[in-house]
Design a protein around this ligand. Structure first.
Ligand code: MG
Length: 164
C-alpha cells in the first residue's frame, strides 16, 4: 500500500551563520538560525517522511535540547530517517519540495541539492523534486527575515506493517 506525508518548516535568517539548503552550502550574506545547521528544506522533507511512517515530527527524534544534534548537518538526520524506512520495509516512491525564498537565486544549486538529498536517502536523484519560488516581497519571506520550505512524499509499504 501507499502512504503520503507532508512537511513544512521555517527558519530565521541571521548574520554570522552559513546558509545550508538541501544539504548544499550556499554563499550568502546571511544563514539560517537553529540548533542544527537549520537546513529548512531538509527539515520539511524529514517531517514529510516521518509523517508517511506515522511517526512524530523531527523535533521529537532530534530535539534542540540534545547536544548530539548541535550544529549537526541535517543530511545526517535524513540518513537516520532512511534507516527507519529500511527497518519498516518501506520504499520512498518520490519526494517533492518547494523552497519559499526571496534571495539568493536557487536555480544554480538545485541539481546539487537533489543529489545530496538522494545520497542521504539512498535513492535515485530522479525521484527527488526541489523547486523554488519567491514570496513576491510579501510577508516575512518577502522581507528576507526567513526562509520557508514545504514537502510531500509518497511511500510504498511492502507488507501489512503499514496498517499497524
Ligand atoms: Mg527546522
Amino acid at each position: 500500500m501507499y502512504k503520503v506525508g507532508i512537511g513544512y518548516d521555517v527558519h530565521q535568517l541571521v548574520e554570522g551563520r552559513k546558509l545550508y539548503l538541501g544539504g548544499v552550502e550556499i554563499a550568502h550574506t546571511h544563514g539560517l538560525s537553529g540548533h542544527s545547521d537549520a537546513d529548512v528544506l531538509i527539515h520539511a522533507i524529514s517531517d514529510a517522511l516521518l509523517g508517511a511512517l506515522g511517526e512524530p515530527d523531527i523535533g521529537h527524534f532530534f530535539p534542540n535540547t540534545d547536544p548530539r544534534w548541535k550544529d549537526v548537518r541535517s543530511t545526517l538526520l535524513l540518513q537516520e530517517i532512511a534507516g527507519m524506512f529500511r527497518a519498516r520495509g518501506a520504499r520512498i516512491v518520490n519526494v517533492d519540495s518547494s523552497l519559499i525564498i526571496e534571495e539568493p537565486k536557487i536555480a544554480p544549486h538545485i541539481k546539487a541539492m537533489k543529489q545530496e538529498i538522494a545520497n542521504a536517502l539512498n535513492v535515485n536523484p530522479q525521484v527527488i523534486g526541489v523547486k523554488a519560488t519567491t514570496n513576491e516581497k510579501v510577508g516575512f519571506v518577502g522581507r528576507k527575515e526567513g526562509i520557508a520550505a514545504m514537502a510531500v512524499v509518497s511511500v510504498k509499504f511492502a507488507d501489512s506493517s503499514a496498517h499497524g
